[in-house]
Design a protein around this ligand. Structure first.
Ligand SMILES: Nc1ncnc2c1ncn2[C@@H]1O[C@H](COP(=O)(O)OP(=O)(O)O)[C@@H](O)[C@H]1O
Ligand SMILES: CC(=O)N[C@@H](CCC(=O)OP(=O)(O)O)C(=O)O
Length: 263
């Protein structure tokens, strides 16, 4: 089996142009098949507020009414995706920018209304990702760049969390490639003390995860990220690493890049 990297970058990296450029240069230098997934929640929140649309998030997930869907379509599918693709082209990567609607590559189901109506938010299931379609892009020499947008097959775009997209892509692609999933953000990895970059936790297994949650050491945005990450490992993804976007060039040096998850 050939190897594949699926790498996700979040809003804080995208919002910092120096950090983003270093990351994109290092991403281009990685050998072999690769897919980039980007969020951009921070930029969407800023634009919403500029437009006078209140940004509402519950448990890290954006309530996406029709106005907000327009904003995230512009921000994720347009502004951020096309800028990243243009920069990757500059560095020599033949990037192709995508939403899940393009090539019907990721189909989602609108989240059912329970206690909260999330609006146009899409959830993924086992059949969401068209792995063969994505594989044909990779084999043709393209580097797919996915934004946090999917579709329902009935003409409706949906907002889907980028960590979830990265995890679902990794699970689906692991049937065809030996897949490593990497979450890149603005810290060295999962930290024992969130304010101390020297307190990196090198390995986490499910038992340790439970302890760190109970002790309040892991909280907020790191909780859904690790839930997605452990679910990817359970469903056959070879390796999952969480690390600093500016350290991607140290990826092959196990001792210096990020937190590794194990079963
Ligand atoms: N133990 C921890 N180590 C590192 N980050 C943590 C930890 N616990 C909570 N976090 C928070 O998780 C955030 C990352 O999640 P999130 O904001 O969703 O990032 P992204 O937008 O990159 O996906 C960090 O910015 C940090 O504030
Ligand atoms: C449904 C939902 O919450 N979607 C996310 C998609 C963007 C994202 O995931 O961005 P980060 O990775 O930068 O957080 C949102 O709109 O914030």
């Amino acid at each position: 089996m050939q190897s594949l990297y699926i790498i996700k970058i979040g809003g804080n990296v995208i919002d910092n142009s120096e950090s983003l450029h270093k990351f994109l240069e290092d991403f281009t230098a990685l050998k072999g098949y690769k897919i980039l997934v980007h969020g951009g929640g921070k930029v969407a929140t800023q634009l919403s507020e500029t437009l006078g649309i209140e940004a509402k998030l519950v448990d890290g997930r954006r309530i996406t009414d029709i106005e907000t869907l327009r904003v995230v379509t512009m921000v994720y599918g347009g502004l951020i995706n096309k800028n990243i693709v243009a920069q990757l082209q500059r560095y020599g990567s033949n990037a192709i920018g995508l939403t899940g609607a393009d090539g019907n590559l990721i189909k989602a189901k609108k989240r059912p209304i329970k206690t909260i109506d999330y609006g146009f938010v899409g959830d993924l299931d086992d059949n969401s990702v068209n792995a063969n379609g994505i594989s044909s892009l990779l084999e043709a020499g393209f580097t797919p760049v996915f934004s946090a947008l999917t579709h329902d097959g009935d003409g409706q775009l949906l907002n889907t969390n980028a960590d979830t997209i990265a995890s679902a892509l990794a699970v689906a692609m692991s049937g065809l490639y030996s897949t490593t999933l990497i979450y890149c953000f603005e810290k060295k990895g999962v930290l024992q003390d969130i304010d101390d970059e020297d307190s990196l936790i090198r390995d986490i297994n499910p038992e340790r995860y439970d302890e760190l949650k109970a002790a309040g050491i892991i909280h907020s945005g790191m909780l859904p990220k690790l839930d997605n990450a452990f679910s990817a490992i359970d469903f056959g993804v070879q390796a999952v690493i969480i690390g600093h976007a500016n350290d991607l060039n140290k990826l092959n040096d196990e001792a210096s890049f990020g937190t590794r998850l194990s079963k």
